[in-house]
Ligand binder design. Structure first.
Ligand SMILES: [Zn+2]
Length: 349
């Protein structure tokens, strides 16, 4: 549970910097100033190589209609394709750019936003409309976080204390919350590659990965009540694919992982910084970044709300190489890929 300062690896690649590639709502609004810009984005997402009729396979420039701008009509079979079909905007009377701005707010700025704030910020007339939009957007963010990580990549697992400084209560941890973290370790050269949030499909080839250059892959963070085996074990089982090389310190809470089919590699660290750097470097960089983010951006958070902030951190962290994937995922735009697995990812509740 040793801590170290965020290293240079992350200064350029993670949480603080590349997460937010439009950096503000005005920035974002310059990119998507009106419904037409949003339609162009939808069209490019759906048909990256130009229009292809889903009914007859005809390619070319379709008919367009000023009164129904999200509709494309095939010049061969004359059937209509709606650009919003299958997205969260389908059949909604709310303007496209309002949806886009809302998705941007939800994925990048204010996680604890109320429906009332959301309504005010976007200038939506009816509270119910804002409430329903926000609910749809939030629901869409949950699912991809549930797929187990690891598999062909090793994971590092450790715990840390998050929280305010101890004042006048003697030694030890006071008002601090215990958080467990699990992170994938990937060879740097292979990243970013395809979206790692996809549960299956194309993935970069992995050749051992025992070099000097690694990056953090997908991340999970969970508030936990204690460090007991009955707490840590289910956490690993729920979040890490069986068979994964699972690196931990020598804590007894992890002793039984091998019996669940994990390739468990435990190294007794005992506060030794060099051993931490050697065996569990990634998760400690993540903890350092998390600390900096909670203190710097949010000026500390209460333990009651910590899990919500952890979710947001994880959501952004897991998408930091693919900023628009987060945005696409909440709008349910199956963008940048034609792989059926991508659509499958967002099915169900
Ligand atoms: Zn057609």
């Amino acid at each position: 549970m040793e801590r170290r300062k965020p290293s240079g690896i992350f200064d350029t690649e993670s949480a603080g910097t590349s997460l937010s590639s439009p950096k503000s709502l005005p920035d974002f609004q310059r990119v998507f100033p009106n419904d037409q810009a949003c339609l162009t984005y939808l069209c490019a997402a759906r048909f990256p190589k130009g229009f292809l009729c889903p009914y007859c396979g005809w390619t070319g420039e379709p008919y367009r209609f000023q009164t129904r701008p999200d509709m494309l009509r095939c010049r061969s079979c004359r059937r209509d394709t709606r650009l919003t079909a299958g997205t969260i905007m389908q059949k909604s009377k709310v303007p496209l750019c309002t949806w886009f701005w809302g998705a941007f707010l939800v994925t990048s700025l204010t996680p604890g936003m109320s429906a009332l704030q959301f309504q005010k910020m976007l200038g939506i007339k009816r509270y119910e409309t804002a409430f329903n939009m926000l609910h749809k957007l939030r629901t869409a963010t949950v699912r991809p976080e549930r797929d187990p990580i690891g598999g062909e990549w090793p994971v590092e697992v450790d715990e840390t204390y998050i929280g305010g400084a101890t004042q006048g209560e003697g030694r030890g941890r006071h008002h601090k919350t215990l958080v467990a973290g699990i992170v994938e370790v990937r060879p740097r050269k292979k990243a970013p590659g395809p979206d790692p949030n996809l549960p299956s499909g194309q993935r970069p080839q992995h050749h051992g990965g025992h070099g000097r250059s690694f990056i953090a892959g997908r991340l999970r963070l969970q508030v936990i009540p204690n460090r007991k085996q009955e707490t840590l074990e289910p956490l690993v089982l729920a979040n890490v694919q069986p068979g994964t090389e699972t690196r931990t310190d020598g804590w007894t809470g992890y002793d039984n992982l091998r019996n669940f089919g994990y390739r468990h590699i435990a190294v007794s660290i005992q506060g030794d910084q060099a051993k931490t750097d050697e065996h569990l470097p990634m998760i400690h960089i993540v903890f350092g970044n998390l600390d900096a983010w909670l203190l710097g951006t949010h000026h500390g958070v209460s333990s009651k709300h910590l899990q919500g902030y952890l979710n947001e951190f994880v959501f952004r962290f897991n998408r930091r190489f693919w900023p628009m994937v987060a945005f696409d995922s909440v709008l349910k735009i199956a963008a940048h890929t034609e792989a059926p697995t991508y659509a499958g990812l967002y099915q169900g509740t």
